[in-house]
Design a protein around this ligand. Structure first.
Ligand SMILES: C[S@@+](CC[C@H](N)C(=O)[O-])C[C@H]1O[C@@H](n2cnc3c(N)ncnc32)[C@H](O)[C@@H]1O
Length: 270
């Protein structure tokens, strides 16, 4: 099976878990939405490519934006359509699609493009470049592009959060993420599929010469990736305080290195 087929197959098999993921990862979701609110114009036209089951797309639709949803995984697209119907929301469109080839979409047609998934599942640099150039092509001048990455430190954060006692059996995976910057699906590590990881210090340079001007680079869990699940049990008011704090420090080096997910926001030159 090719890498892209393995990624599609993985997400086709894990739709329910992917839907629930952003409930567990409430800081990742809350911090990212706070940054989207900061940069999106009202009633924006948005392409969400790599939407997964549609948490962002559905919330953005409910907030009055017009969202085209695309994902490699047909099962994720089908889930998003059903959930939109259940909530009485109308997605502008929802179809399977590959972020490397948006040739069915015209140039300069979106106020914003979200790619919160494709870049960390493509291990070839050429493929990742194609995702960015296709996203920039379909953005209007002055539009925003939002791109997610996974940190090389993510496996260490994840292990500390879930099962620190298993370090002896997990050390090889943690080191793979950190030193190799990639993960290949293997039977013994089938918690995740093929992926590419970055050092937070590398991200800005990825966008040089792409036609995007950096507006923000933030850590989606802020500095709290390891506390995220524990904090989920707090009363709502305390959670809100921690979320506000997370947003306020999300662009600091401590937050970039303390996060599993890193998000770049850029504006297309006019
Ligand atoms: C971890 S999920 C993230 C979903 C959602 N955007 C979020 O941030 O929670 C990654 C998603 O990216 C999709 N994906 C991976 N590579 C892709 C590609 N080349 N084109 C389109 N979607 C892709 C996967 O199918 C999966 O649904």
């Amino acid at each position: 099976m090719s890498e892209i087929d393995r990624v599609r197959d993985f997400y086709d098999r894990t739709v329910e878990d992917e839907w629930l993921r952003l409930e567990r990862n409430w800081l990742e979701f809350g911090v990212t939405k706070a940054f989207l609110n900061r940069f999106l114009p009202p009633s924006a036209t948005i392409l969400d490519i790599g939407s997964g089951p549609g948490r962002y797309a559905l919330d953005l639709t409910a907030a009055g934006h017009a969202v085209d949803l695309r994902d490699l995984s047909g099962q994720n697209v089908a889930f998003a359509k059903k959930e939109a119907q259940r909530r009485g929301l109308r997605l502008n469109s929802a179809r399977p699609g590959d972020a490397r080839d948006l040739s069915d979409l015209p140039d300069a047609s979106y106020d914003a493009v979200l790619a919160l998934g494709p870049l960390y599942h493509l291990t070839s640099e050429d493929d990742r470049r194609r995702v960015v150039s296709e996203a920039v092509r379909v953005m209007k001048p002055g539009g925003i592009g939002v791109f997610a990455f996974i940190s090389r430190f993510a496996a260490a954060h994840y292990q500390l959060k879930t099962d620190p006692a298993a370090i002896e059996t997990r050390r090889a995976v943690i080191d793979d993420f950190l030193y190799e910057g990639r993960h290949r699906l293997k039977p013994e590590t089938d918690f995740f599929v093929d992926a590419h990881f970055v050092d937070p210090a590398e991200v800005s340079a990825i966008f040089s010469g792409t036609g995007l001007e950096q507006r923000a680079l933030f850590g989606a869990e802020s500095m709290m990736a390891q506390s995220e699940w524990r904090l989920a049990a707090l009363p709502a008011a305390a959670r809100q305080q921690w979320l506000d704090f997370a947003v306020s420090v999300a662009e600091t080096p401590a937050a970039l290195y303390g996060s599993e997910h890193l998000v770049f926001v850029g504006t297309k030159h006019g």
